[in-house]
Design a binder for this molecule. Sequence first.
Ligand SMILES: Cc1cc2nc3c(=O)[nH]c(=O)nc-3n(C[C@H](O)[C@H](O)[C@H](O)COP(=O)(O)OP(=O)(O)OC[C@H]3O[C@@H](n4cnc5c(N)ncnc54)[C@H](O)[C@@H]3O)c2cc1C
Length: 320
Amino acid sequence: MKTLVFLEHHEGELLKPSLGVLSKAASLGGEVAGVMAGSDVEGLAAQAGAYGAGTVYVADDPRLDAPLPQPRVDVLAQVVQAGGFDNVFLAQSILGADIAAGLAARLDAGVNWQLTDVRADGDGITGTQPVLADTVVCEVGWTSTPRIALFRAGALDASETGGQATVEPVQPELQDFSLAAEMLEQAHEESSGPSIEDADIIVAGGRGLGGPEGFAPLEELAKALGGAVAATRAVVDAGWYPYSAQVGQTGKTVAPKLYIGCGISGAIQHKVGMQSSNVIVAINKDPNAPIFEFADLAVVGDVNEIVPKLTELVRARKGA
Ligand SMILES: Cc1cc2nc3c(=O)[nH]c(=O)nc-3n(C[C@H](O)[C@H](O)[C@H](O)COP(=O)(O)OP(=O)(O)OC[C@H]3O[C@@H](n4cnc5c(N)ncnc54)[C@H](O)[C@@H]3O)c2cc1C
């Protein structure tokens, strides 16, 4: 079985969700390769070897500088067809999902998305796909090859195995229509700490914070802990915090070592995005809040009193 993994990168780094997908692909056995597209990216290829890629195909071309999907569909289609890959795995991001859809149309292939796991099954593979707000878990398959699979960001752990990859340059044959779109501008959100996908510690806020100003003490706590701030959809919809911080069914899936939920009820749509966290601490003034049913540590009280005190204690402990 031959599996190709799309390696997404940003600002000179391979993204963790892609490395998680690569580690999973390597655990299935068979031949595992990565594919990267960009400009001046060859240096990143070696990193992928440590996560299980035997070969990394690198399309290094100035026309691939902007993170646009269509030219990447050309590169992946070229590599899949030349290499006879059975599976194509991608981490689910805006770019990854666009590429998967374009590649499926180009190769007349099937795509399964929102997968949280995959296993080898005879000559093929079977995916795990939670559906109906994650209340039901389905096993999904493909009726033809290549089998395209999109995995939820944060669902798979990246584990280093220390291997080395052979780098294979690819001369991209880009279609005229793939170059029709042009990226005019890329805006980056200003942020000082780690992103919620990368953070080991997440301090998340919900409607119990009382308003957008309630996030300032959370940011202080996150800073003291070296973590990131996340939010529920209720507060994002209310405009209290940016959408990029939303955790849950229609937001991001996170799996930090420590998740501190502040003024969050624990609705199923939020739970599905953070339930894999190692330790869940919940602060809520309602002792019957649903989040207490799956929290490891339940703190019944007012977030406005507890969070600043916690920050003080963390700072004192760290001597800051
Ligand atoms: C299709 C669909 C998709 C959705 N996707 C998502 C998603 O991706 N992510 C998501 O988060 N939600 C999602 N939701 C919304 C979800 O159902 C909940 O409405 C939302 O998670 C609730 O947010 P909350 O916990 O901030 O607010 P609430 O449910 O209003 O809870 C606020 C909590 O704060 C507590 N509280 C109040 N004051 C204080 C205080 N001073 N101190 C301590 N505690 C206090 C209350 O006791 C309460 O438990 C989705 C819903 C639908 C229908």
